[in-house]
Every structure is written in C-alpha cells, then in structure tokens.
Design a binder for this molecule. Sequence first.
Ligand code: FAD
Ligand code: NDP
Length: 448
Amino acid sequence: MTNSFDFDLFVIGAGSGGVRTARVAASQGKRVAIAEVSDLGGTCVNVGCVPKKLFVYASQFPEIFHASEGYGWNHTNQATFNWNTLRDNKSNEIARLNAIYQKLLNDSGATIIQGRAKIEAPQRISINGQQYSAKRILIATGGWPHIPDIPGKELAVSSNEIFSLPELPKRAVIVGGGYIAVEFAGILNGLGVETHLIYRGNQLLKSFDRDCCAKVTEGMIKKGVKVTLDTNVSSITKCQQQLNINLDSGSSITVDMVLYATGRQANTEGLGLENTKVTLNDRKAIMVDENYCTSEPSIYAIGDVIDRVQLTPVAIKQAMALINHLYQDSKTKVDYTNIPTAVFSQPELATVGLTELQAKQQYTDIAVYRSDFKPMFDTLGQGSDRIFMKMIVNKTNDRVIGCHMVGHHAAEIIQGVAIAIKAGATKSHFDSTIGIHPSTAEEFVMLK
Ligand code: FAD
Ligand code: NDP
C-alpha cells in the first residue's frame, strides 16, 4: 500500500527540524523527500544562530584588545575593523555548512528537491510544476520576521538582511526588546556603530527573570547602547541617505539603518493549507496535537511553524519525537519544562527553570540566592563587567527550580546546570559539589 505513493514522508522545509526528520527517517529505510526553497539548514544556519554567534564573537574584540593591555600587551597599531571581511568569511563558513547538510541528506538517502512546495491535497504536493504524492507530509517551514505596519516600514531591515549588508552603518536604530533586538544591540555597538535600542515596554527581555533583565540592560547601557523604553516608532522617513526614526514621544533619531526585531510569524502563506483541514491559531501558527499531527491526519508540523518554543534544539527534539511516534516503538514526548536558553547579549544571559516571579506563583515557600561579583578577568583587564547569579529553591523539598546568570560564559555554564536541574538536583547537591577553582562557575556551588 505504502508503495502507491511516491514517498513515505515528504518534508517541506530543510531547516533545523526538517533536516533532522528527513535524515533520520531516510536512514531508517523510509522513502523521504525534502523540499527547500532557499538554502539548506534553514534559519539557524543561514540567518540565525550561526551567523549571529560569529558576529557576537567579532563584536567582542574591542573589549578583549582593551583588556589585554592590563595583561601586558601593547598595541602599537590601532586595531581596525573591516565589515566586508567579516561578512564574506561568515558567508564562506555558511556555504561550508550548507554543503555538509547536503551531504548528510544525500548520504541518508533522502531526495532533495529545490523549490517552493505547495500542498495540493492532503497527500499531494507540487513543486516547480511537478506533482508528488506522499503517505505523510511534514510541514517544517519555520517562521519569518514580522514588521508592524507603520509608515515607512519598507525602509527597515529585518534579521534576514542584517547578515549581508553591503556596508556597516555608522548609526542604527533597533526596534524591539526580545532576543534578536538585544543581541544585535550588542553586536552593532561592539562593532563601533552608534546603536539606539527602542522598546515599547518598560523592561527588555520581559519573559526572563527581572533581576537578570535589569543587569543586562544596565550592562548594555554601560557599554554604550542608547536604550529608550516605553516608546514606539510612529513612522520612518528617508531624507537623502539618512533615515529619520520618528517616535511617539515627538522626538526623532537620525540614523543610517533601522533594524526591526519585533518577533517572527509562522511561515504558512502560500503553502496551500486551504486544500487541507489544517487549522491555525490566532497567531497564524499551525495547530498540532501532542504527536505533532495537524487536524489533517496525513499532515504533521514541527518547529517554529507550530509556535511553541522557537529554538533550534527544540525543533530537533520535536523531530526526534515525531520519528519515534511514526516509526519506532518508543513514544517519548518532548518535555517543555526546564528548557535552558541563552540570549547572546553583551553581557550574556542564560537561564533554566522558573524565574523568581513564576516560582512565587507556583510554590508557597521558596528561597532565593544571589551573587554579584567582578569577574577575575576584569581585575587586570580593567573592564567594568559584573557576573550575576541567581538560584531559586523550593524550600519544601530543597529542589533547585531555577538558575539564572548574566555575564561571561553564562550559556556554557547554564548548560551544565540544566542537566543537574533536569535530574532533580537539590540545593544540598549543589552545596556538596566541589567547585572548580578558580572559575566563575564555582559560585553556583557556593551560594549562601
Ligand atoms: P527553519 O530553520 O526556519 O527552517 C524552515 C525552512 O523552510 C527554511 O529553510 C525555509 O526556506 C523553508 N521553507 C519555508 N517555506 C517553504 C516552502 N513552501 N517550500 C520549501 N521550503 C520552504 N535558536 C537557538 O536555539 N539559538 C540561537 O542562538 C538562535 N539564534 C537565532 C537568531 C536569529 C537572528 C533568528 C532569526 C533565530 C534564531 N534562533 C536561535 C531560532 C532558530 O533559528 C529557530 O528556532 C529554528 O531555525 C527553527 O527551525 P525550523 O526547522 O522550525 O525552521
Ligand atoms: P521575541 O519574541 O524575542 O521579541 C519580540 C520583541 O518585539 C518583543 O520585545 C516585543 O515586545 C516586540 N514587539 C512585538 N510586536 C511589536 C510591535 N508591533 N511594536 C513594537 N515592538 C513589538 O522575538 P525576536 O524577533 O527577537 O526573536 C524571535 C524568536 O527567535 C525568539 O523568540 C527566540 O525564540 C528565537 N531566537 C532565539 C535566540 C537565542 O536562542 N539566543 C536568538 C534570536 C532569536 P513585547 O514583549 O512588548 O510584546
């Protein structure tokens, strides 16, 4: 019966979730096709995690050069920065990753089809005028930057364009207060761009622990980012080569570039969902059950297009859970609790578990431990960075239910802490662990 279809599984979108599903299903002997309209690897590889992290590294060098003087280094020549070198080296690295993705898919036996896929019927897809049938279809089309409707919005760039700018602006406005806005404020500021961050609310990164948001904001301002809160952009106008960013406060900022980082919407337009029973939620994301099945029994969806947690490792876990559900006996589900995450802001923020506010709402008796100190690196380096750590404990059973950190290596440190929390570690477990000295991380086992 299966063989009456061209494929057992037709995956639409070769991003984090789609590639993993296609590769694993094909390597298990399924007949798999994967369609991609752009570059293999999706958002994360091409216009997300990877180029972003490379840009974060690039933007940290001025502080490292400065710190090195306290360690005895003498820079006789002023360091200069070349945007074209960074942009083009980044593009070469991404081309290398695209080729690796292609090889992984080819080696698994999946058929790669380049083009925009449209669902014509619950088990039929068209691409480039060609029709294919499949027993099951997986929608893994990710998300797309959303720019609110304001006059002049066409003058703004999004995270899709920022990685390939023909030249680095001298002055920039970033609109938004979430992951991308805060990360790019650090990147542009570090690369020497006069950087303004405009956010409509009164606290950046509002889903994170409040103390940590305050520390990140304070640190960013100290490093030179000009942060304006409680403010909306009313319009953008162009005058010669300059952009005027007109604010609802009545004032305006003149810059060379405006980056909108105001969230991402599920990529469902033009997919042909009207030819199916697939339903969308009020944010236009695809609705699925706990096994990622849509309202159309032959169609599944994972990753950013289902609007759960928009992170690469989550899309990959969903892919593995789907494979288990469709083709294996094991029925493991994705556990959405205690997902560690980092904002690669400067200073960096990483977190796992409950914020203090969430812990207070869920538990009657909690203990909160905090530590705020100068990192050893900055003693000779003469930087002004601080490290902030916070641990939240459920006092009734001593379980650690949240750990948060702002400062150097926060992501690297919290990844390890997340394993302990997932395993149900108590404060006593942390206290009885011997620290690695001298390190920043050891503070997590010495919190009093
Ligand atoms: P995607 O990776 O977006 O892949 C979807 C693919 O589908 C795309 O390649 C698209 O071209 C293709 N497609 C869409 N429609 C069609 C169609 N009709 N036919 C064929 N192909 C189609 N996450 C982290 O965990 N850590 C980070 O540091 C991080 N940084 C980020 C930085 C930025 C600037 C952005 C934008 C995102 C970042 N993310 C990060 C989020 C992460 O990139 C996403 O959560 C992840 O890529 C989602 O994977 P996905 O498979 O759902 O979709
Ligand atoms: P976020 O959801 O993180 O932030 C969106 C921001 O835009 C919020 O501050 C929001 O404000 C604001 N906003 C929304 N609508 C408007 C509007 N109409 N006018 C003004 N401001 C508005 O989205 P991002 O775009 O930053 O990133 C998308 C997702 O990608 C993230 O949620 C994350 O899951 C993922 N990502 C992960 C990264 C990582 O792991 N390090 C890095 C980058 C992205 P308000 O809060 O008031 O609604």
